[in-house]
Design a protein around this ligand. Sequence first.
Ligand SMILES: [Zn+2]
Length: 260
Amino acid sequence: MTTAVATQYEAVIGLEVHAQLLTRSKMFCACRADYQGAPPNTTVCPVCLALPGSLPVINKRAVEYVMMTGLALNCDIPEHTKFDRKNYPYPDLMKGYQISQYDQPIAKGGWMVLRVDGREKRAGITRVHLEEDVAKLFHRSDPSGETYSLLDVNRAGVPLMEIVGEPDLRSPEEARQYLRRLRAIVQYLGVSTTKMEEGSFRCDANISIRPAGATGLGPKVEVKNMNSFRAVHRAIARPSAGAAGGTLQTVCASLRPAGR
Ligand SMILES: [Zn+2]
């Protein structure tokens, strides 16, 4: 059965990677960006707490880091760029919107070369843009079983670089090599700690299955917030193998380590 699937279907995989940038201060305020290990809600100010009347001031170094990454990924750096509001109501988002980039990213249209099973493959990079990280929620329950949530705003506003890849990958192994290579490039540039276990380098995957040779995209499976090469490999291998003549529906899944 596995052989039959392999000859009739192919996986189409695109990865989106979020990397926290290694700047001293946050994206739009002077708060320390190294929130890891700081007591909850101590590296905050009116801007990243989104108090009324506070205004963002851009972090120049963060913009330079995204340009460096874009150039390393053979991207074009347009003369103009802009930031946009991405509105969504969620308790980890202090302002009710995230400052991100929509139609004019800092870098776009790049590629990198992967080596998979002894051959070279070129994988496209759609864009590299800059946004801000969100606060952290901790879901707890008391001895009576009552559930409640705690909020730590320290991470809110930390500069986050998003690298969006073209859907050029065709196997879990190609996805793994793509991530490895991308992490090595970002690490070499020194723009991010790329510590996957701390969530400073994390990956979302869009996976669809189509008959081999077809050009359109099938229904999409989206797997979010993976923070290890192994998780990415496993998450992609599952829907790839699940295409045995059944129908796929668009779903959104989240994989988190136990206890978080
Ligand atoms: Zn702040």
